[in-house]
Design a protein around this ligand. Structure first.
Ligand code: GLA
Length: 778
């Protein structure tokens, strides 16, 4: 809800408030962003920074009207350079008359029914929109500050619009989506850094005086730095203390800047990267920046995380997919790579069906001459050698087996060796008179061109109409290079590409509202809220290793809900790292996301097959809670463990994934602690029933055999197919307040012990899933 009182503006959501005011010379000063307050009977002055203004030589101020105010020493709601604020600013403009010097003052405001941006994704169903108009009267340029309010999710989405009302051409050299000035509270900044197959590594550092920035210049949001970041007061933990989180609804180059100045003020701003950015506005034209997302919680990292998760599910992903259970897919990529044909796919489908898959995704290689990554990209004709009955024939056969059908596309690129490139060599992104640089043997199509957009829309939609196809995996496997320009300025290229992409995604998802689209960019090279505005889930990483995925998914969880994170159970040793992880671990990690398969089932050993049958049942039973429940990361007392929780909305059912990295002798007692259970209610805690592979015990198997056997010999091999060893019994009935606070203590981990139901055999990279249910006899 937006309230105004004299010159003060207050934005309230369920749990937070955001306050600013217009000062006597028309600057907008930021007052507060924190726990909820009300203006009634409230002295806003109490919240304000009272600057110690030196009129000394280093302060620059408005000489007549406001000699006591230096722009450098106060929190501002929006700032611009060359009038005394020497911090980084969200805007840099230029025109012929005023050069770089602009001076914006408050003009008016309005509250209105929220309106979507033109060509950029806009979060849907906001409660309200506030718009402030700032004007440079002399230059005739207007800046609009927009605030979309999402009350239940405690999120404010902000953007900036620049309008040129002058006869003179206006260059926009930098236009970020917001600025936020906070008083420093020993803030720590967490960013998510990575690369191909190693996305979303959390890095946390204390802010010191100076400016820190993360960015992408690859043309896309990129795995190098996700646009999500978080600021927390130093003492904040998972469940306590003040945390601010930020994200951007955009898929292109981005920049996030965090600056701590000598006045202990922290400036936060983010938006489109000004790198090679120069937008020209003629009279009457406007430029809209993408929406950024801001949230705050005093309930620690988990509090801010939940706000972001709820917001993404309720207001970013297309509404028809919110709370819509996602299917278990079998994707043939790691199972066959390019080497498949119809009969191989049908055999895979038959096995997959047995193991609970509901949809087969046919990955790369079904079209043109695409038998490797050097040819065929850009073409849409089905490879009849591999699929004699075409897509229609395959789809029919799959549906007959009870499986739905999904298809991989990579529409934004072409191989040089493709019919598309041969017919339209001028469609690729390339700079005049220069040889473009390939990546994975492919070039980007120039999506700034309408005819290229139409080619993609037409071919993808015709393919989708040609057979019963319920799922699309939309891939994009290179970074941009050789940017160019057509009938516009070179400084507009990067942004225009993204606008072209959004037009395509918007058209296709409108044409096929029931097709589930999954984003992908070599895994997580374009995992952002822009893509999620069209595609409700994204393939999170090409690394499917059970341990590596824990790190990757933990990073995603900071900003993105589990329903958006596609995670597959693959074979062991993993193709990426050659690390062996237990089948339980691979399942327990993929369950905290949208679980699917990416393997040949007949390459699982008998033990793994048996466990898979059991674990897929467990997943399906609780799938809705995994995908749409409330997620919490749980406190651990050593870096060797990682604990994840999902909780049903009614708090009756809670699932805890407990993951160990390296087994240690006499390891600390395992603790199951939770967040959010009903404090005064009893819960029954149990571990998902275990079966250990007897091969895991090596030579110790001789303790239970009447004669000596070779642990690597035929007898143990045969035995292991039929016989498993029971696991520990960790069953308890405990009050919610015990689980939420101290936690309960599990049986000890195996430490040169004998096997009985009071010992937890975890092994390296081991994992457990605990089911915690409200005791209905309460
Ligand atoms: C990318 C994707 C993979 C797979 C291949 C196909 O690497 O991330 O999942 O689709 O392309 O070429």
């Amino acid at each position: 809800m937006v309230k105004t009182q004299e010159n003060v503006f207050l934005i309230n959501t369920d749990n937070l408030s955001y306050v600013f005011h217009v000062d006597k010379i028309g600057l907008i000063l930021h007052d507060y962003f924190g726990n909820k307050i009300d203006l009634v009977d409230f002295d806003v002055h109490a919240l304000r920074v009272k600057p110690n203004v030196g009129k000394g030589t280093s302060s620059v101020y408005d000489s007549e009207k406001s000699p006591d105010l230096s722009m450098d020493a106060i929190p501002l709601e929006f700032s611009f350079p060359h009038k005394g604020d020497y911090r980084t600013t969200p805007i840099l403009l230029k025109n012929e008359k005023f050069g770089y010097v602009f001076d914006f003052k408050f003009e008016k405001f309005e509250t209105r029914e929220p309106k979507p941006l033109e060509g950029l994704p806009t979060p849907h169903d906001a409660n309200e929109e506030l718009v402030l108009f700032l004007k440079d009267e002399k230059a005739n340029v207007v800046i609009e500050l927009h605030y979309l309010v999402f009350e239940k999710e405690n999120v404010i989405a902000r953007n900036v619009v620049v309008v040129n009302e002058s006869e003179l051409e206006l260059s926009i050299l930098k236009a970020l989506s917001y600025q936020l000035d906070l008083v420093n509270k020993e803030f720590e900044l967490t960013t998510l850094a990575g690369s191909w197959a190693s996305e979303m590594n959390q890095q946390t550092q204390l802010l010191v005086e100076g400016k820190y920035s993360i960015e992408s210049r690859t043309g896309f949001s990129s795995a190098r730095f996700n646009p999500f970041f978080m600021l927390k007061e130093r003492k904040a933990t998972l469940n306590y203390g003040e945390v601010y989180s930020f994200n951007l609804i955009y898929s292109g180059n981005h920049l996030e800047e965090i600056e701590l100045n000598h006045n202990s003020l922290v400036r936060v701003e983010a938006g489109i990267n000004p790198f090679c950015f120069d937008i020209k506005l003629q009279k009457g034209e406007k430029f809209e920046t993408p929406y950024a997302v801001l949230t705050y919680s005093d309930k620690g990292i988990n509090g801010a995380r939940l706000n972001m998760h709820h917001f993404t599910n309720n207001h970013v992903i297309p509404s028809q997919w919110n709370n819509t259970i996602r299917p278990v897919v079998i994707n043939n990529w790691e199972a066959t790579y390019f080497n498949f044909n119809e009969s191989k796919l049908l055999a895979l489908a038959k096995d997959a069906k047995k193991f609970g898959a509901e949809l087969l995704v046919l990955d790369d290689g079904w079209f043109g001459a695409r038998n490797h990554d050097r040819a065929g990209l850009g073409d849409y004709s089905v490879n009849k050698k591999k699929l004699p009955g075409g897509l229609k024939g395959l789809s029919k056969k799959l549906h007959k087996k009870g499986l739905k059908f999904g298809l991989w596309f990579e529409p934004e690129s072409v191989n040089e060796d493709s019919d598309c490139f041969r017919a339209h060599p001028d469609w690729i992104i390339k700079c005049v008179d220069r040889k473009p640089s390939p990546s994975r043997n492919q070039f980007h199509l120039d999506l700034t061109k309408r005819e290229v957009q139409d080619y993609i829309i037409e071919n993808v939609s015709n393919t989708l109409k040609s057979a019963e196809i319920e799922f699309v995996k939309w891939d994009m496997n290179r970074n941009m290079s050789d940017i160019t320009f057509n009938d516009f300025e070179p400084g507009e290229f990067y942004h225009r590409y993204i606008l072209g992409l959004y037009r395509i995604l918007s058209e296709l998802t409108k044409m096929f509202p029931n097709v589930l689209f999954e984003g992908c960019a070599s895994g997580g090279n374009r995992f952002d809220l822009g893509i999620l505005s069209y595609f409700p889930q994204i393939w999170a990483s090409d690394d499917t290793d059970g341990l590596a995925r824990q790190v990757i998914q933990s990073g995603y969880y900071l900003g993105y809900p589990l329903s958006t994170i596609s995670a597959h159970v693959s074979s062991s040793p993993s193709h990426q790292l050659l690390r062996s992880t237990p089948i339980d671990t691979r399942f327990n990690v993929a369950m905290f996301g949208v679980l699917g398969f990416e393997l040949l089932f007949n390459e699982l050993n008998k033990y793994e097959q048996k466990r898979s049958l059991k674990l897929i049942e467990v997943y399906k039973k609780y799938r809705e809670i995994f995908q749409f429940g409330d997620f919490y990361e749980l406190e651990t007392y050593s870096d060797n463990y990682r604990k994840w929780e999902v909780l049903s909305k009614d708090k009756k059912l809670c699932l805890v994934g407990y993951h160990l990295t390296i087994q240690k002798l006499l390891a600390p007692e395992g603790i199951i602690n939770t967040t959010g259970l009903l404090e005064d209610k009893k819960y029954k805690v149990g571990v998902v029933e275990l079966d250990h592979n007897i091969k895991d015990f090596g030579g110790l198997v001789n303790i239970i055999t009447p004669f000596h056997v070779n642990p690597n010999g035929w007898l143990v091999n045969v035995l292991s197919k039929y016989k498993t060893m029971g696991g520990e019994k960790d069953n308890y009935t405990v009050y919610g307040n015990v689980l939420n606070n101290g936690g309960l203590i599990l049986n000890p981990e195996w430490s040169a012990s004998g096997l009985n139901d009071g010992v937890r055999v975890m092994k390296d990279f081991g994992s457990r899933l605990y089911v915690i249910e409200l005791d209905e006899t309460n």
